[in-house]
Design a protein around this ligand. Sequence first.
Ligand SMILES: *Cc1c(COP(=O)(O)O)cnc(C)c1O
Length: 447
Amino acid sequence: MKKKAYQKPAITKLQVGFLRDKSSTLSSLVRKEIDGVPVKDLLRRYGSPLFVFSEKRLREQIRYARRIFESQYPRVEFSWSYKTNYLDAICRIFHQEGATAEVVSDFEYEKARRLGVPGEKIIFNGPYKPKNILRRAVEEGARINADSLDEILDLEEIASEQGRKLSIGLRINMDTGIYPRWDRFGFNLESGEVLQVAQRIAAGGKLEVVGLHCHQGTFILEPEAYARATEKLLTLARQLEEKFGWNIEYLDLGGGFPSRNRLKGVYLPPEVAVPPLADYAERIGRVLLSRLQPGEYPLLILESGRALVDEAGFLLTTVRAIKRLPTGQRAYVLDAGVNLLFTAFWYSLKVELGDEILGPPEPCVLYGPLCMNIDVVEESILLPPLPRETPLVISPVGAYNITQWMQFITYRPPVVLITEEGHPEIIRKAETLEDIVRLENLPEHLR
Ligand SMILES: *Cc1c(COP(=O)(O)O)cnc(C)c1O
């Protein structure tokens, strides 16, 4: 991670709101509305807890990302990472903005198709692609990035069935200076595994490699790592083209770009710790343009997930009980916990008050509603004394929470999208008992 001298932020207003734990970072204090819609109105209308997404931010973010990457390199495709957030409405917005679909399972493939995404606009990654869905993806013209030798054998079999040569991509893992290395996906570069596999593919005569893919990890705070990945993929592409006569049509750098979120234990606020997306685009573009001649530019694919969606998502929650722990620390029980906020395990999410509350701040702990000791939303946060029913706004929560939330102990709440015109629309209804028991079956003898 980039080291920067720590500068203590100037603190001017202390009377309202709170300081975030001991790092003395003044957080924004109060958020009474999202895109002009009052938090209180949303809670009154839809109940608490409630996920809220901003269509405006979603569109702005992908347009911004496209603009900065296209300003560095002429051929760019964004492919929306379904597992980051696969709500239909969210995917549809990104598809409307020109993104293809990046899927990693049969479920995600089928969800993209159901939403009307044609096969050729789908990129199929993931370490396990069941044979029947792999066959369907081949038939429908999806781009497939192979992850293992076994999958290559499956693809060869499908090629034989279809009596034609298939074009595929290879997932590559490599040392880009990011640790721990995600070396379980695809084929390793430095060990020579990639070349061995390429040799094997060429000898089989049923497949040809037309793309290289590398997803280094997630929340990568080092733009230079992408420059290294680009360098290495370009060198590999040249090698493969010379050795096997293939034409590498695309380089896919995966996702991993950070959102403005704060990893636990990181002292600096995201505004300081997280490099702007433009830095990543600049590093990648510089390598590509310096190593390639116009006319031989491969398509650059980016599968950015969290950087596009995280900051467009908010969770509204309400203080339901107030406690004093034996340690003397004040604690609040909220109606949303780690069942809805999977990312709270790794990130110190921003907590804002949905209402102005005056009073001396003191360190507090925020618990969720689960009957589990691990259900902690925030271990230490300075807050003024909050009355019962105080609304809180937690962000950024747009990435990975809606897909990894748990149906555990409580119902999952509704999700609302605030349209560009400022109207809230339900994009996922609140779960009911009926939804949850629908798949259960009571055997005859237990009835
Ligand atoms: C999860 C995933 C992504 C998206 O990652 P982010 O860190 O959210 O940008 C992209 N590509 C692949 C292959 C993934 O598994």
